[in-house]
Design a protein around this ligand. Structure first.
Ligand code: NAD
Length: 722
């Protein structure tokens, strides 16, 4: 017989504390649902959306478990979650709050289960992460569904599992497999979990019934209360493996302390009694919590979550349905943008001015999918399904039924205005008109239509089907529901969206301009492009500025600078970058740029011709080259990002400093262990950051180096930026 009881029933089985719990937690009694199958009690976590192990749930679960253990009519307990999620682990809203440390803590629950007088089985159907999995590891047996998805993802926050994961997993499965599982932090699916020995039984049919049947069988066969903690790590010559692992992570992840801590903790599991290993894990966990890398990674995690929140747009703002999208311009960006929607099952109509352009665009999309298919990451059926959602046309009238049109034509105001005029004429009422412009004024584009409130900027990054960042540009007249719709759509197409106001370059490129400007000035003054790149790459940037410019095309920056020389003559640029372009060195696409590239290779090779161009330029400008340390290079370039980022926040072009960090982390290869430029400024200390900026100002008379008002205000008020 199946029936659900509220906790009050469970508490009536318990002898103590029940009233206090009800008083303390009010109406939270339904956090655990009880189901009786004969003499087996099902305890199902019921704390949507992800069954996070917050204080209230921990309390209720503790009481329910105690009651079950004390009840002579119960032989075994089956602990489950919902069909979608067993438990997502710790409640992240409790991070850094007293609730996180309040009893009963996760370890108390784990200890309670491990001391249980009767069998406890974990039934994992759906997602099971972090602390949720550590709870399952405390159980005597584990079963899972084929759809189960289990991970210990702490490494992604700069941590290691802290509730026994590192001590128990190597006692349960192969040491090497346990190491890789925790080092990657990626979810592993049901069948693989069974193969690895993480679970005792894989249920392929109806899950809950199967889990109860399995538990009943254990009871019937009088199976022992097996505890992982009582086992020993069984791995021949563990020390050789751990030494090898140590050397590997030292070279592959030199900036991250967590992988080394993980190995140390695994070493403790191999060599120490269980309780001592637990103490070692705890200490390593706490030490990691205090590292700047962990703080930065946690900041990055929360920053990304908060970037979708817009203070003046309520979460429940109604959104417009988007089932079909028109993409105008079948070039580099248009094709990539289209793929995002096709991947998400949204129909796309591609439009261009000539059939040849359309054919090329469609062929590129197909080729991209075929490459993914060859790598085994896409099935033929998926490829066919995606291509079937794609159609193309030369006639704007065919866009009459799309819910949104995204323009990705040439970066020219005249061309864009014409396209928006055409879109305005054919799109149905309520359709959203978006532009992918990188530099043009979205407000001006909006005013070419009779529906400026339906116009918005969607600034994708190249390659648009790969890069996670999407800058959503909010025009002066953009309607709130248009903004809410696009933010929701960004989630559907798996982008990280950050809202930017209308300004030149929006958030990312506006900051980048000064970063690149300072990089070229450093070379003018005496550094080499390779030294600047290497200093920044050693510091953690995925790619130095000169390699990046060679990849993006030096001609793009050149065109922008020519405009700047007229519009903003006060900004100090080195003309060295122009000399590189004047020599026809546009980067990888011409085989020559700041470096030279051999045919078919992306490897940047130092070119004596560039060294010569630089020498001649310095001579012509009477510049005596100076020597720079790597630290000086990092300061000058990264502080440029900080100053412009702070100005962007101060002007309200970014909603919060952490949004600036998200832009740099997801779109510009900024190292996650440094948390983004704003977080890094806080980590260095604003006093020191401002002092260096003032020093740069004195030396260069470049007004850019006046510290942003926001930095000075935070400094004076002892506040942090993030
Ligand atoms: P592209 O030259 O590769 O493609 C532009 C396409 O638009 C061409 O196929 C062209 O035929 C078509 N087109 C031109 N006028 C048209 C019209 N009136 N109607 C329909 N189609 C027309 O350019 P791209 O690199 O894809 O850039 C497109 C836009 O995206 C630009 O605004 C650019 O600034 C922006 N952007 C580019 C990048 C990048 O890295 N390439 C990154 C972000 C944003």
């Amino acid at each position: 017989m199946n029936f659900t009881l509220y906790l009050s029933k469970a508490l009536s089985l318990s002898l103590s504390l029940s009233l206090r719990v009800i008083e303390t937690f009010g109406d939270l009694m339904s956090l655990v649902t009880l189901t009786h199958h004969g003499r087996i009690l099902g305890l199902s976590l019921n704390n949507p959306p992800v069954n996070s192990l917050g204080l209230a749930l921990r309390h209720v679960l503790y009481e329910a478990l105690q009651a079950a253990f004390a009840n002579p009519e119960i032989d075994a307990v089956l602990l489950t979650g919902s069909a979608k999620v067993f438990s997502g682990g710790a409640d992240i809203t409790e991070f850094d709050k007293p609730q996180a440390r309040a009893e009963p803590g996760l370890m108390t629950l784990i200890n309670l289960i491990e001391a249980a007088p009767k069998i406890v089985v974990a039934g994992i159907e759906g997602t099971c992460m972090g602390g949720g999995f550590e709870l399952a590891l405390a159980c005597h047996y584990r079963v899972c569904s084929t759809a189960a998805s289990v991970a210990l993802p702490e490494i992604k926050l700069g941590l290691i599992p802290g509730a026994g994961g590192t001590q128990k997993l190597p006692r349960l499965i192969d040491l090497e497999a346990a190491f890789n599982f925790m080092l990657k932090g990626e979810p592993v699916k049901g069948a693989e979990l069974a193969r690895m020995g993480v679970v005792d039984h894989l249920i392929e049919g109806e899950f809950v019934q199967g889990a109860f049947d399995f538990t009943a069988l254990l009871v019937a066969q009088d199976k022992p209360l097996t505890r992982i903690r009582d086992r020993k790590v069984d791995y021949p010559n563990h020390q050789a493996f751990l030494d090898f692992a140590k050397n590997t992570v030292k070279t592959t992840a030199p900036h991250y302390p967590a992988p080394l801590a993980l190995i140390e903790s695994l070493e403790a599991a191999c060599t120490l009694p269980f309780e001592d290993g637990m103490k070692a894990e705890r200490k390593l966990f706490i030490d990691l919590m205090g590292t700047p890398q962990c703080k930065a990674m946690r900041h990055a995690f929360f920053a990304e979550r908060s970037s979708s929140k817009i203070p003046d747009v309520a979460d429940d703002t109604p959104t417009r349905p988007i089932q079909a999208v028109g993409v105008v311009g079948a070039g580099t960006m248009g094709g990539g943008i289209a793929m995002n929607f096709l991947n998400a099952g949204i129909a796309v109509k591609l439009i261009d001015t000539q059939q040849a352009m359309l054919d090329k665009g469609v062929a590129t999309i197909r080729k991209n999918y075929e490459n993914t298919l060859k790598k085994g990451k896409l099935s033929q059926a998926d490829l066919d399904q995606r291509m079937a959602l794609l159609s193309s046309t030369l006639d704007f009238k065919d866009l009459g039924d799309v819910d949104m049109a995204i323009e990705a034509v040439f970066e020219d105001m005249g061309v864009k205005e014409k396209v928006f005029h055409q879109l305005d004429a054919v799109l149905k009422p309520g359709a959203i008109l978006a532009t992918n412009t990188s530099t043009l004024d979205v407000n001006r584009i909006a005013l070419t239509t009779k529906r400026a409130s339906d116009v918005i900027g969607t600034h994708f990054f190249s390659p648009a089907n790969v890069m996670k960042l999407l800058e959503v540009v909010r025009g002066d007249k953009t309607a709130k529901d248009v903004l809410a719709t696009v933010m929701k759509l960004a989630k559907t197409i798996k982008k990280t969206a950050v809202v930017s106001g209308v300004c030149d370059g929006f958030i990312g490129n506006r900051m980048l301009e000064h970063y690149v400007r300072m990089s070229v000035l450093l070379v003018e003054e005496g550094a080499s492009p390779a030294q600047v790149d290497q200093a920044l790459e050693k510091w953690g940037m995925v790619m130095g500025p000169f390699r990046m410019n060679d990849l993006a095309g030096n001609d793009i920056g050149w065109a922008i600078r020519k405009r700047r020389y007229v519009e903003k003559p006060q900004v100090i640029y080195s003309r060295l970058a122009d000399a590189i372009c004047e020599a026809g060195r546009f980067g990888q696409k011409t085989g020559l740029g700041w470096y030279r590239y051999e045919s078919g290779s992306r490897k940047a090779l130092v070119d004596p011709v560039v060294t010569d161009i630089i020498d001649q330029y310095r001579k012509a400008q009477s510049i005596a080259p100076k020597k720079f340390t790597d630290a000086e290079i990092v300061e000058r370039t990264i502080y440029a990002l900080i100053n412009e980022g702070a100005r962007i926040v101060e002007e309200g072009m970014a909603m919060r400093a952490s949004d600036v960090d998200v832009v740099y982390l997801t779109g510009y290869g900024f190292p996650v262990f440094r948390g983004g430029p704003m977080k890094y400024a806080d980590e260095v200390g604003l006093f020191q950051v401002c002092a260096s900026m003032k020093r740069f100002h004195e030396a260069s008379h470049d007004d850019f180096w006046q510290p942003a008002a926001l930095l000075q205000a935070c400094l004076v008020n002892s506040k942090s930026l993030t």
